[in-house]
Design a protein around this ligand. Structure first.
Ligand code: MD3
Ligand code: FE
Length: 220
């Protein structure tokens, strides 16, 4: 009899481990989100209904390959005017959907497990990658407080995360991120360049041909 919370083909969560051996600012929590998935998916559907994921324009005028939305008090937006956090969804003129309780619980439990107590995110970005979508190396600098960590949750198809250094030209490590993985990025890693390699084709049993990434931030 299988009394586990996890389906036979899934991994139970592993202990938090440094993302980069020998450092402790960023921690990889493999499978940490698995017990939350059944709660996350309906909440995600409700967000996508209220604030549809869209391909926003970069300041250069090109649509991003990743489709994005947000929930929480603030959402991240980009357009010809630049990148910023905004309290209203520009597509609707309405506030972003509130952060679902299950989202906040997961983010806070993960931050705590990684050594960051009292994490109070006010923004959660929802990124959707279809096969071929990617995110070029960048820094996350639009938040006001770089002392708070960022918590990211990967769902659906696997991706190769690119973890660079303090300069754009620094060689990036390639780290596979799988369905249910959580990474907590903070401290000296908070301003490292990072990105996502083009998503490979595939079909995930729960999410189909896509990867969803949630990133929880303290933006204000
Ligand atoms: C490392 N998203 O939304 S999450 C982003 O998988 C973003 O969708 C990627 O980069 C994704 O800005 C990566 C992981 C992440 C987020 C923020 C970081 C890693 C980070 C900030 C500093 C260092
Ligand atoms: Fe980022």
């Amino acid at each position: 009899m299988n009394l586990s919370l996890f389906a036979d083909e899934e991994q139970a969560p592993a202990a938090p481990a440094p993302l980069v051996p020998g450092t402790s600012a960023s921690m990889l929590l493999r499978g940490f989100a698995l017990p939350y998935v059944a709660g996350l998916l309906p909440a995600l559907d409700a967000i996508a209904h209220a604030a549809p994921l869209r391909h926003m324009l970069t300041p250069g005028g090109l649509p991003m390959s990743v489709a994005m939305s947000s929930c929480g008090l603030l959402g991240w937006v980009t357009d010809r005017r630049g990148y910023r956090y905004a309290a209203l969804d520009p597509a609707s003129g309405q506030p972003w959907p509130p952060m679902p309780a299950v989202f906040l619980r997961l983010a806070q439990e993960a931050a705590l497990a990684a050594g960051y107590a009292h994490f109070n995110p006010d923004a959660c970005l929802v990124n959707r990658y279809a096969p071929g979508a990617r995110m070029a190396l960048h820094q996350d600098r639009d938040e006001r407080d770089f002392t708070a960590p960022i918590v990211s949750v990967s769902l659906g198809l696997p991706a190769t995360f690119l973890f660079g250094g303090a300069a754009r030209a620094d060689k990036a490590a390639r780290i596979p991120l799988l369905h249910g993985d959580v990474v907590v990025w903070g401290g000296v890693d908070r301003l490292r360049f990072h990105g996502v390699a083009p998503l490979k084709e595939g079909e995930h049993a729960l999410l189909g041909a896509q990867r969803i990434n949630l990133t929880f931030r303290k933006a204000s």
